[in-house]
Design a protein around this ligand. Structure first.
Ligand SMILES: *[C@@H]1O[C@H](CO)[C@@H](O)[C@H](O)[C@H]1NC(C)=O
Ligand SMILES: *[C@@H]1O[C@H](CO)[C@@H](O)[C@H](O)[C@H]1NC(C)=O
Ligand SMILES: *[C@@H]1O[C@H](CO)[C@@H](O)[C@H](O)[C@H]1NC(C)=O
Ligand SMILES: [Cu+2]
Ligand SMILES: [Zn+2]
Length: 194
């Protein structure tokens, strides 16, 4: 009886080892599986179009799938002060910023601040334009990604006329859009050579 259990245990262990070896073999030889774990870096660009006179180019750089995204660029032609700065759900053609629809929100969260634990993926807060009408954008974000199912590639950056209240406005608009007002510029984020 004891011998029987020992044989059974040995069989289970060997089957387990076999499955492990087979799994590792697939991991290292099937490209679609292995690819998920490479440390490829990605870069993307967005060239603002505007129904007003706002312009600028925004760069996105992510050194690997797990790394935060560096979002940088200088935006000119803005009124002095804060302007809501978001990634919206869809790409746009030209300055038809309405086509971008709402904030990119794949997890059904309320609108909030970039440093909030629960926020829209697209919630990048405000950018600030100085007296020179220029906003120097320099954001390091851990929610936005250029990889995988929730990649922002093909979606739109939207710059607003007014300030984003970061979800603190106390009304339903605040929890949806931050009451940031009209859309003064937008563009579609596309991948570029790294
Ligand atoms: C943005 O402006 C800063 C400060 O003038 C400058 O150093 C930087 O090169 C500019 N970046 C781009 C992408 O034009
Ligand atoms: C959004 O905020 C409202 C009001 O505070 C709350 O009732 C609701 O549960 C929140 N929704 C989510 C998804 O957190
Ligand atoms: C987010 O940043 C603001 C101002 O920069 C700060 O007042 C607030 O406490 C921060 N919130 C979290 C959750 O870190
Ligand atoms: Cu927006
Ligand atoms: Zn939002």
């Amino acid at each position: 009886m004891g011998k029987c259990i020992a044989y059974l245990a040995a069989a289970v262990v060997f089957t387990g080892l076999g499955a492990l070896v087979a799994g590792l073999a697939v991991w290292f030889t099937v490209p679609e599986v292995a690819q998920k774990f490479t440390s490829e870096s990605r870069k993307a660009q967005c060239v603002l179009e505007s129904p007003a006179a706002v312009s600028g180019t925004i760069m996105f750089v992510q050194s690997s799938e797990r790394a935060p995204v560096d979002i940088t660029g200088n935006i000119t032609g803005l009124s002095q002060g804060k302007h809501g700065f978001h990634i919206h759900a869809f790409g746009v053609s030209g300055a038809d910023c309405k086509a971008a629809q709402g904030h990119y929100n794949p997890f059904g969260s309320n609108h909030s601040a970039p440093n909030a634990t629960e926020r829209h993926v697209g919630d990048l807060g405000n950018i600030v334009a100085g007296e020179d009408s220029v906003a120097y954008v320099e954001i390091l974000d851990h929610s936005v990604t250029l990889f995988g199912w929730y990649s922002v590639l093909g979606r739109a950056v939207v710059v607003h006329a007014g300030e984003d209240d970061l979800g603190l406005g106390g009304d339903s608009g605040s929890l949806a859009t931050g009451n940031a007002g009209g859309r003064v510029a937008c563009c579609t984020i596309f991948a570029v050579i790294d």
